[in-house]
Each structure stands twice: as structure tokens, then as C-alpha cells.
Design a protein around this ligand. Structure first.
Ligand code: G3P
Length: 224
């Protein structure tokens, strides 16, 4: 499973890349607005930093506007994937942009029927929002299971990008179900690394090492 960072923060993106942890980035208007920076230069910088797809969402509400914005984004950098919302207008825009060989991430997906339509419109990624479904007592990961089954029944090439991930168990479950990608905020990515037994084990190893007399600890490089 690929891991994407759901962030428009360059510091977080660079840090995650340095761990060898991420294969791409997803953004949305809320994440970009948080950065308080001029939008296009930020987007270009993110694309130049990440060796993989970078999703950026259209702002227009009508298909013609989404297509125009999508074309402009796509010209910025080859890494761009245009995000369109799962509305009728979003589907029209997806169909058009896809026909122009521009990759589209259909976002704000909350049902299996929506996911089916996005695949038919030619979406490159479908982004079901698992956390927001859990928030309203619906089964977010159940939706991923359904989409996986439905897409598996037919020759669709749309990749399942699990979005709105809130905690590490969402990531584990996404991988168990065979989702193509999981996108997550930096806090969740950090949580994937941590384990209390790793910290305690390391602490103990280094404490034991400290017991060795200084002479015994000296590094000696010998060739024979
Ligand atoms: O980028 C879309 C998605 O991951 C948003 O997540 O936490 O705002 O529901 P969240």
C-alpha cells in the first residue's frame, strides 16, 4: 500500500520524505488555507519536493470552472492530480479532464454508489472519507471493503485512496483490505512509528552499554 501525506506544510512533507515514508501528497482547500501563503508558488514547491502524485482540489462549483482550473493545475507540474468533488458537476469535469489525459482524484466520497460513478467517469483515484463517516456513526472502513469488492468485480483502473484517516488502526485496516493508498496527517504518520516497547528497549540497551568501562567501549577499527 502506498502512503501519502495529507498536508500542504512543506516542513512536514520534507520531514516525512526524509524517513522514506511517503509516496505522494494530498491537499485540500482547508489545508492550503492553513499555510497562509500564496497558493501557486506553494503548490509548485510541494510538487518539486515530492517524487510522486500531488493532489490539488478545484474551487469552482461548476464543471466548466473545474475543468479550467484543472487544466491550469496540470500545466504547473507533471506530478499534479486534480481533485474534483463527488457531485454531478464534479463527475462531468472528471470525464472531461480524464479525456484530456489529466489525472483526477474524485474526493468527498461517502458511498459505494458514488465510488462506482467516479470509476465510470474515469477517476484515477477515488477518495472515500473514512473518519468523517465514523464521526457520524457510519462504518468508514466498511465503505472501503465495499468499494474494494465492487472495483474488483469489473475492469476499473481507479485506485482506492483512503482519506480522512484519524488513527493508526485506520491505516492497518486499509492495508488489510488491500486499499491502494492511505493518506494521513503528519500526526498519524508519526504515530505509525511509535511503540513504547521500542523506546523502553532502546533505553535499556543504552543503559547496559553505559556500564561498560570506557576502554572497553573504544571503537577499534582493525583490518585483520
Ligand atoms: O484531504 C481530505 C481528507 O483527508 C480530510 O480529512 O480529517 O478533514 O476529515 P479530515
Amino acid at each position: 500500500m502506498k502512503i501519502f501525506l495529507d498536508s500542504a506544510n512543506l516542513q512536514e512533507i520534507k520531514e516525512a520524505i526524509s524517513w522514506g515514508a511517503i509516496d505522494g501528497v494530498t491537499t485540500n482547500p482547508s489545508l492550503v488555507a492553513k499555510e497562509r501563503r500564496e497558493f501557486f508558488p506553494l503548490l509548485k514547491e510541494i510538487c518539486a519536493t515530492v517524487n510522486g502524485p500531488v493532489s490539488m482540489e478545484t474551487i469552482a462549483r461548476d464543471a466548466a470552472g473545474m475543468v479550467e482550473e484543472g487544466r491550469t493545475f496540470a500545466k504547473l507540474h507533471p506530478n499534479i492530480v486534480v481533485k474534483c468533488p463527488l457531485t454531478k458537476e464534479g463527475l462531468k469535469a472528471t470525464r472531461q479532464l480524464t479525456s484530456e489525459k489529466i489525472r483526477v482524484n474524485v474526493t468527498l466520497c461517502f458511498s459505494a454508489t458514488q465510488a462506482l460513478l467516479a470509476a465510470k467517469a474515469g477517476a484515477y483515484f477515488i477518495s472515500p472519507f473514512v473518519g468523517r463517516l465514523d464521526d457520524i456513526s457510519s462504518d468508514g472502513m466498511g465503505l472501503i471493503r465495499d468499494i474494494k469488492t465492487i472495483y474488483g468485480n469489473y475492469p476499473f483502473s481507479t485506485q482506492i485512496l483512503v482519506a480522512s484517516i484519524r488513527h493508526p488502526l485506520h491505516v492497518v485496516e486499509a492495508a488489510r483490505l488491500g486499499a491502494d493508498i492511505a493518506t494521513m496527517p503528519f500526526s498519524v504518520l508519526e504515530a505509525l512509528v511509535k511503540h513504547p516497547l521500542t523506546d523502553a528497549g532502546l533505553e535499556r540497551f543504552l543503559k547496559d552499554w553505559d556500564q561498560l568501562p570506557a576502554e572497553a567501549k573504544a571503537w577499534k577499527v582493525t583490518t585483520r
